[in-house]
Ligand binder design. Structure first.
Ligand code: SF4
Length: 568
């Protein structure tokens, strides 16, 4: 028998993403995927047998690495039990590649270009995924390993790549991340950077590196790790290093130790004022991987509280920007590097994420290195989690929540009463990144929906506990599963009979098979336009999600009605 990866690749190549059948199919209209197919004469029986062995409900495999990459199978802990009886390997993972998250975080820094140390295909796959969701160009450089680099190391490629990228893009920063191959051969990135700097000095742009082995982690891990490394490698302590706008104390043109950087004038967002205790009055906000619309909303909220804030990362413009009169190699926008350096003197930090590993976050770095207090909150989704966020801001700022947001909350509560009869006791499957799943579940329970399965491809080992803490009213019988893939979600969905699914567009095949709506949220949204503009956070985000959920349910009711009510 051929290796499983090869067979899976064959399946990937053979199946169409949405039809599940080759062109020879005699009955494409009735197609429910290969495992159910009785109308595909002459179809490769080896693949059919394997498909059935893998899963009775194997989904058409999605493009990108999750299915075909030798490194993608989520064997992260040899001691872990397989997820189900017939578990062989991850089938259509409910997570994405780790460097993908790092690349997105790096594009949230002003003038920063992501640079993958490893195979060229990794950067192609990641660009394809990001462009398809954000509908914006994104350049991701690669050191482009070949066979000899895999054996002797990629030092030469790394040096050449860093020089090329500096010459062509003139970036303020190069954000390097390692792919599976570089991690597997144990590339010593500290040595490579040291050698590069010794030989070429400051002719190469400054570099921040993050280790992102995709066989151990998810895109969220890559995202949070990149943010942590940006803070850990760039932030400096003390007012003398804080580039306060217009301050004579702001250093210019001096080397910043260990970064290959020189200090710069303060950019947008770095205009903090110095307060007692060697701190400035800035709040460091680490929101996690949310949408550009969410980032813009967070900035609006902080401005309304009159709180200076450094949002890291900030890809609200770089990944959802305006039209250009001239092509920009690196889109403008992003957190200024000067503002990241100034984080060492921030007043406090706020991080969103109930499943974050405490020792591995940007907030923890600020806490341990600079004694900056850290506040950990859940993603402000739904009323309770958003209340907690606004209470924290009110406490820090010493002012009440602005009337504008009080009224948004009031309108949300009013609409919940209006729409309750449509949402009550509806059953939902929630999937995606762990913290997003917690936020969505909180919202669903508040509006009367019963989440029957809350699941993620992540394996923090915290999902169930954090979910029960955040949503104590969650029914005891709700299934909470970590490390699930889409084949397992599909199997569970058949038995659970949900009224709708909520998660990324990767759940479309399941929703289509079950003939229920998919509410598209999070990342990726590849089969609709507007993914970057989906607002999840705050009362306003809850309002938008609530309206979409109720309207989708009404649409189903209307479609199924034999007489077609127009007044529901
Ligand atoms: S980094 Fe690993 S998982 Fe990501 S595309 Fe490359 S080989 Fe695949």
């Amino acid at each position: 028998m051929r290796p499983i990866v090869s067979l899976k690749t064959d399946i990937q190549e053979t199946l169409e993403e949405t039809t599940g059948c080759p062109a020879t199919c005699a009955n494409p209209a009735a197609c429910q995927g290969l495992a159910h197919c009785t109308a595909a004469p002459g179809f490769n029986s080896e693949l059919r047998t394997l498909n059935t062995e893998l899963s009775p409900n194997l989904l058409p495999l999605s493009p990108g690495c999750g299915a075909t990459c030798p490194s993608a199978p989520a064997i992260e802990d040899d001691n872990e039990e397989p997820q189900s009886k017939n578990f062989t390997s991850t089938r259509n993972a409910c997570k994405l590649c780790t460097p993908l998250g790092a690349c997105l975080a790096f594009r949230g820094v002003e003038g920063c270009i992501p640079f993958l140390h490893g195979s060229q295909g990794c950067s192609t796959y990641i660009r394809r995924y990001l462009i398809s969701h954000f509908r914006e160009p994104i350049d991701i450089a690669s050191s482009n390993f070949h066979e000899d680099s895999a054996i002797f190391g990629g030092s030469k490629n790394f040096t050449q790549g860093a020089l090329n990228v500096t010459r062509q893009y003139q970036p303020q920063l190069i954000g390097t991340a390692t792919t599976c191959l570089a991690e597997t051969i144990g590339e010593d990135m500290a040595r490579l950077q040291h050698e590069l700097r010794e030989k070429h000095g400051d002719t190469v742009a400054p570099i921040v590196h993050v280790s992102t082995a995709s066989y151990r982690g998810t895109h969220m891990d890559g995202f949070h790790s990149a943010v942590r490394e940006l803070v850990g490698q760039l932030a400096v302590s003390g007012c003398s290093a804080v580039p306060v706008a217009g301050s004579p104390a702001a250093p210019t043109g001096k080397p910043v130790p260990g970064t290959g950087m020189v200090s710069e004038p303060a950019g947008e967002g770095a205009g903090a004022t110095i307060v007692a205790g060697g701190k400035n009055d800035t709040i460091a906000l680490f929101p996690g991987m949310v949408s550009p619309a969410d980032l813009r909303h967070l900035k609006e909220i902080f401005a309304d509280f009159n709180l200076p804030c450094t949002l890291l990362p900030d890809y609200s413009e770089t990944m959802d920007g305006v039209t250009w009169s001239e092509y920009e190699k690196l889109q403008s926008g992003g957190t200024p590097i000067a503002a990241i350096r100034a984080l060492g003197a921030a007043q406090t930090s706020i991080e969103f994420g109930r499943t974050l590993e405490a020792a591995k976050t940007a907030g923890t770095v600020l806490q341990t290195k600079f004694s900056i207090p850290r506040q950990l909150l859940g993603l402000p989704m739904g009323i309770r989690e958003t209340d907690a966020f606004f209470s924290a801001l009110a406490l820090i700022s010493g002012v009440e929540t602005p009337v504008k947001y009080q009224r948004e909350r009031g309108r949300l509560v009013d609409s919940l009463i209006d729409g309750h009869k449509y949402a009550f006791e509806k059953r939902a499957i929630v999937f995606g990144e762990e913290d997003l799943v917690i936020g969505l579940t909180a919202l669903l329970c508040e509006i009367g929906v019963t989440p029957v399965l809350c699941t993620s491809g992540g394996r923090s080992k915290k999902l169930a506990g954090a979910l029960r803490d955040a949503v104590p009213e969650l029914p005891a019988e709700t299934l909470v599963k970590e490390g699930f893939d889409f084949a397992e979600i599909s199997e569970a969905a058949s038995a659970l009979k949900p009224d709708f699914l909520i998660g990324s567009s990767k759940g479309y095949s399941i929703a289509r098979r079950l003939q229920v709506p998919l509410i598209r949220v999070g990342f990726p949204i590849h089969d609709r336009i507007g993914g970057p503009r989906v607002l999840h956070l705050g009362y306003r985000g809850a309002q938008e999600l609530f309206d979409r959920i109720i309207n989708s349910l009404l649409e189903v009711k209307q479609e199924k009605s034999p007489i077609g009510y127009s007044y529901l």
